[in-house]
Every structure is written in C-alpha cells, then in structure tokens.
Write a protein that binds this ligand. Structure first.
Ligand SMILES: N[C@@H](CCC(=O)N[C@@H](CS)C(=O)NCC(=O)O)C(=O)O
Length: 286
C-alpha cells in the first residue's frame, strides 16, 4: 500500500459518507480534510478560493486526492477506490460484465447523480426529506455568508435553492412532492431484495449508497419506514447493512448537527411518516 490518499469531505454529507464507507470497507488509510459547507457553516470551506481553484471548481464534496491526482464525484471516486489494495480483501464492483452493468444502474439510482433532477431517483429523493433541517441551518447563517453564496457559488441550481430557503421557505412543500415515487421505490426494493442479504447478492457499491440513504432517513425520524412488517426484506436488509463496521466508522463516527436533529422533531414524529406508511400499506393491498 504505497498510495497517498487525502479526502476532502463534510461530516454531514450523503456523498462524503458514501466515500468514507467505501474507504473503511476496503481498509484504506486516508488523511482527512474536513470541509464545512456553505449551506450550514459561515466558514463555507467549499467556497474558499483555494478549494475552488485547486480542489473543485464546482464547490462540492467529496473530492479524493490520490497521490497528485484529483478525483471528483462520489460514484467515480468509489470505482477508483475499488481498484486500490487495502487491508481488507473485498471488491465493491463485481468482475462479471453483466453484473457490472446492473450495478451501474443501481449506483446511478442511489446517489446524487449529476444531470438527474432532484426527486427523480432514490438517491436524489432522500436529501429532499432533510430540506427542513437544511433550511433551518441556512436561516441561521450570517447575512454576509448569504452574500458570499450569491457572489461565489458556481452552481446556479444550488445558489437559487439556498437563497429560496434563506429568504422564503421550501420545507413544507418539498416532502409531499416525492411521497408517491418514494413509496413506490421502497416497494420495488422489497421485491429486489427477495432471498438476498445484499442488493446484488454480494455486498457492493450499491449497498454503500443505500446504507447512507437509509441512515439519512433514520436521522430524519423515518426509520420506521424501513422496519415495516409489510416490507420484511427491506427490514432485514437494513439490519444487515447497519451491522457493518463501516457504518459505524464511516457514518456514526463523523457526527454533526445532533442538536439541530434533536430540535427539529422533538415535538413529535416526522409528519411525513404516517402518510407514507399508509401509502405503502394501500399500495401493497391494491
Ligand atoms: N454528484 C456529486 C454530488 C456532490 C454533492 O452534491 N455534494 C454536496 C454534499 S452531499 C455538496 O458538496 N454540497 C455543497 C454545495 O452544494 O454548496 C457526487 O456524487 O460527489
């Protein structure tokens, strides 16, 4: 193992979590460069000149530096990580070309894939459930941090979303937009997981993505959706993936926002929960 790895990542970031879990699955050592993102910290490390110039001109994390090479986009980073030799003998991508094609589709569907509109896939739906928290975090930013987003954020879509959250409010409207599609996806997953411990049989990149998505749902107090007696395969799968040591090391060991998470739902359950549970039961019985 003679490669040098540096990960630029945020603690509370779905795609950063995916890459960290992959690094721990492979047993690879890496240097950590924590970036505090502009949507929740006045530090806005992702808008710093050095980050934009030398690490990622599109202002997002994660980014992996492998020796002198800069690698961007979590899905591609994980493919590259899989080619490296770590302490654990595990492959996150299968050899078989047919299985690789199948995995590629699953990976695209379970992460924030560029070009896929928010809410159009499982991976882009999950962050929408945390809009409430992100909005609260953005509203707590200093006004000069908002100005910095206006003048420095290179991504128009993100800039507009952040400004809408700061000046107005999106949180009540976002969740319901994806109820139907999300409940359908969970039911499809139940079918796909039949007689399997992991999505493709063996543990793979797609399971890493789903681990992070499911963890986000659990943080948003939606874990009961993953434990319904009507979806036993999903429930069994969630138990399997969260029992992995990489779940602890790549996700739980990088805490952030606990106070905010406590605060947003301390007055009761997540309001989306019951509606989606009922939709699942209705869909299964029709
Ligand atoms: N397709 C990219 C998406 C990366 C991404 O959207 N990262 C988010 C955190 S999960 C980010 O850096 N957001 C900061 C911002 O947009 O200002 C990947 O998979 O790496």
């Amino acid at each position: 193992m003679n490669q040098k790895l540096t990960l630029y990542h945020a603690h509370w970031s779905l795609c950063s979590q995916m890459v960290r879990v992959a690094l721990y699955e492979k047993g690879l050592q890496f240097k950590s460069e924590r970036i505090k993102l502009c949507d929740h910290s006045d530090e806005a490390g992702n808008l710093a000149d050095d980050f934009l110039k030398n690490i990622n001109p599109t202002a997002v994390v994660p980014v992996l530096k492998l020796n002198d090479e800069i690698i961007r986009d979590s899905a591609y980073i994980i493919e590259r990580i899989d080619d490296l030799d770590g302490d654990n003998k595990i492959n996150l991508w299968p050899q078989d070309p047919f299985k690789r094609r199948e995995l590629k589709k699953w990976v695209e569907d379970t992460t924030i894939t560029e070009g896929v509109g928010m809410g159009k896939s499982l991976g882009t739906m999950v962050p929408l459930f945390s809009t409430g928290l992100i909005e609260d975090l953005i509203k707590n930013l200093k006004f000069r941090s908002i100005l910095r987003i206006i003048f420095k954020h290179p991504r128009r879509d993100r800039k507009i979303a952040f400004l809408m959250m700061y000046f107005f409010s999106l949180k009540q409207r976002i969740g319901p937009i994806v109820y139907k599609r999300f409940t359908r996806e969970l039911i499809a997953l139940e079918e796909n997981l039949k007689d399997k411990n992991f999505l493709l049989g063996e543990f793979s990149h797609a399971d890493i993505n789903l681990m992070c998505c499911f963890n986000r749902l659990a943080e948003m107090k939606l874990e009961s959706l993953l434990e319904m007696p009507e979806l036993p395969n999903v429930a069994n799968y969630w138990q399997n993936i969260k029992a992995r040591i990489s779940y602890q090391r790549g996700i739980l060991d990088y805490p952030d926002h606990e106070e905010m998470l406590e605060k947003i739902f301390n007055s009761g359950p997540n309001p989306h929960l019951e509606i989606m549970q009922n939709q699942i039961i209705e869909n299964l019985s029709s």
